[in-house]
Write a protein that binds this ligand. Structure first.
Ligand code: UT7
Length: 325
């Protein structure tokens, strides 16, 4: 009998501190940084984002999301044998956020590691977990996207600091006789590593280079719209499906214009796309599982729906996962 993987529960968590564009604009103005609600909405679709308080780490946000996903799946943390955290903002250089999370969950023994593919991280992590379940290495996985991007934002750079937010989303992925993950597709092109990066590193007890995010927004935008269409078509072809089979497009929530462009290229009605970028901003690896959980809990996504998840980000990385939910 073939072995597949299925999502059996979703959960998410946003830190309580919410800043509207007006709140952020006021804070930035006090530092002499000029932006506006109109500019942010028109160029990105973002209206608000959440920031974690000082001392709150990725593993803390991930823990809350995991507890909700476990409850939805009707599972205890002790039943989980694989934990993958997709993040670019882990608690420490090492050990992984996944190991710290494992300890907070009270689960001893499950394999635990981080996957770092920036905004495509959740797509990479879900692909890995699917493979490890299919080969019998794991049976029940927690796959998480969690970020505290507020920690790596330069609040004197208006071209980036208005775009990102903090949060976490998680799914429980379990072995199944029937397919849930229908197809996966992941790629990278390291030649573009400098267009979206945090170039600093720790060396000799000091941070060498900038520890803040820098981005060539237009270069990212142009690359993103091309590769997102390609990877969407690739997973559909691998699964023997067409655009007409997609019930919901759940894209990485970076910019509403990129998301609408992808939907248009796939000839999907705008109502078939889950949008949370307006309320969450860009939460990098957390954005797709956050949007999925919001869609599930709002009743939009129903059991049996076909979901196209896709992401793009620093690396340059991109990919998609087609899901029978
Ligand atoms: O998750 C990883 C993936 N990341 C992305 O997907 C980001 C992709 N890129 C984008 O979303 C867009 O390129 C941005 C939203 C980052 C920028 O939008 P844009 O339409 O490409 O704007 P732009 O960079 O061409 O800037 C237009 C103008 C510039 O002024 P001038 O030179 O025309 O006078 C900027 O200085 O907007 C100015 N500007 C701002 N003005 C007010 C840039 N940031 C701001 C700001 N507020 N926050």
């Amino acid at each position: 009998m073939s072995r597949f993987s299925r999502i059996t529960g979703t959960g998410s968590y946003l830190p309580p501190r919410r800043l509207t564009n007006a709140d952020l604009t006021t804070e930035l103005a006090a530092k002499g940084v000029e932006t506006s609600d109109e500019w942010i909405i028109e160029r990105t679709g973002i209206r608000a984002r959440h920031f974690a308080d000082p001392g709150v780490c990725v593993s803390d946000l991930a823990l809350q999301a995991c507890q909700r996903a476990l409850e939805a799946a009707g599972r205890d943390a002790g039943e989980i044998d694989l934990i993958i955290v997709a993040t670019s903002t882990p608690d420490m250089v090492f050990p992984s956020a996944a190991c710290i999370l494992q300890s907070k969950l009270g689960n001893v023994g499950a394999a635990a590691f981080d996957a770092q593919a920036v905004c495509s991280g959740f797509i990479y992590a879900l692909t890995l977990a699917d493979s490890l379940i299919k080969t019998g290495t794991a049976t029940k996985a927690l796959v998480i996207g969690a970020e505290v991007f507020s920690r790596i934002l330069d609040f004197s750079d208006r071209t980036t600091c208005v775009l990102f937010g903090d949060g976490a989303g998680a799914v429980v992925l379990e072995a199944s006789d029937v397919p849930g993950i229908l197809a996966t597709d992941i790629h990278a092109d390291g030649q573009y590593s400098s267009i979206l990066c945090v170039p600093g590193h720790v060396s000799g007890g000091q941070v060498t280079g900038s520890p803040m995010l820098t981005m060539d927004g237009q270069a990212v935008f142009k690359l993103a719209v091309g590769v997102l269409e390609d990877t969407a078509r690739a997973v559909l072809e691998k699964a023997g499906k067409t655009q007409a089979d997609i019930d919901w497009l759940i894209p990485h929530q970076a910019n509403i214009r990129i998301m609408q462009n992808t939907a248009k290229k796939l000839k999907l009605a705008p109502e078939k796309m889950i949008v949370t970028v307006d309320q969450h901003g860009n939460t990098s690896a957390a954005s797709i599982p956050l949007a999925l959980d919001v869609a599930v809990r709002s009743g939009k996504v129903q059991k049996g729906d076909t979901l196209l998840l896709e992401g793009v980000g620093g690396g340059f990385t991109w990919g998609a996962v087609l899901v029978d939910y």
